[in-house]
Design a protein around this ligand. Structure first.
Ligand code: ATR
Length: 287
């Protein structure tokens, strides 16, 4: 019997997850099909419940369902509980277990693809939404020296910062305004953009969330936006002479973490990267 697994989100647009997940299943000749399952919020509960059927391995969950899905599974791990969101569901017999591999995806891409060792480092994180949450929880486990969260809406930055004050020696928040961010940016070893600012086709425009003059050449600039090879922020990082890391590795590594949970096999990461890049190129040609 062919097993089913897929991505639950709404709307899904041009997702590349089916391409690189299917490549991983095919690599091991596993009889499984990975589908895109656009799921309207009204239908989420029924969709998750259906995953208890014997043909399902589980699912990935993306925006806007990550928080609600955490309340619809039978069990979630302690870290997902703290994050309050899941991106992976695994069916274990008739029990659905929720996991969050976004934190793994964030840290693995930072360390392996970015060559960055977080211990003792000063981090500036732009944004305080769902993507920022994964970054903050991943960083809280890594003995970083300090974390500053910069957000357009300060209150959201403060709420997020409050979740990790015990785990990180120095935690602060600023509004996403050049003159408020200037000092922190100058001392940052790592600058992460978790907002949709600069996303191609997004409604947040084509601007960089941080101007070139505020990026120190010694920093690594990590833009979680993955649907453009060079985002405005990464362009600014280049001009500033800083190192840069795009969002594709995080997407692939969160997927690799999910694949390992569904199958118990090592994710064929190189195969997944190749399929992800090819899928992105196809999208480029189509647009
Ligand atoms: P996600 O799950 O992708 O992180 P989200 O939870 O809606 O999505 O969070 C979006 C983030 O991008 C927030 O930090 C948001 O800032 P606010 O909290 O002030 O809304 C940020 N963001 C979105 N559009 C933005 C814009 N045009 N300028 C600055 N920040 C923006």
């Amino acid at each position: 019997m062919t097993s089913l697994v897929g991505l639950i989100g709404y709307p899904l647009g041009h997702t590349i997850s089916p391409a690189f997940q299917q490549a991983a299943f095919d690599h091991y000749s596993l009889p499984a099909e990975y589908h895109a399952w656009p799921t309207h919020p009204d239908l989420l509960e029924a969709k998750v419940a259906a995953l208890r059927g014997a043909e399902y391995l589980g699912a990935n969950v993306t925006v806007p369902h990550k928080e609600r899905a955490a309340g619809l599974v039978d069990r979630i791990g302690p870290q997902s509980e703290a994050i309050g969101a899941i991106n992976t569901i695994v069916r274990e017999d008739r029990i659905l277990v929720g996991h969050n591999t976004d934190t793994y995806g964030f840290m693995q891409s930072l360390k392996v693809s970015g060559g960055f060792e977080p211990e003792g480092k000063r981090v500036l994180l732009i944004g305080a939404g769902g993507a920022a949450r994964a970054a903050v929880f991943a960083l809280a486990d890594e003995s970083i020296a300090s974390l500053t969260i910069a957000n357009r809406t300060l209150e959201r930055a403060v709420s997020l910062a409050n979740l990790v004050r015990d785990a990180i020696p120095e935690v602060s928040t600023v509004r996403l305004v050049d003159r408020e961010i200037e000092e922190t940016a100058a001392r940052a070893d790592l600058i992460v953009n978790s907002t949709s600012v600069g996303m191609r086709g997004g409604d947040a425009g084509t601007a960089s969330p941080l101007p070139t003059r505020l990026i120190p050449p010694s920093a690594l600039v990590f833009d979680m936006v993955y649907n453009a090879a060079v985002t405005p922020l990464l362009k600014a990082a280049d001009t500033a002479g800083a190192q840069r890391l795009g969002g594709l590795p995080m997407l692939v590594y969160q997927g690799a973490g999910a694949f390992e949970l569904w199958t118990g096999r090592d994710a064929p990461v190189e195969v997944m990267f190749k399929a992800a890049r090819e899928a992105l190129e196809r999208l480029d040609h189509a647009s």
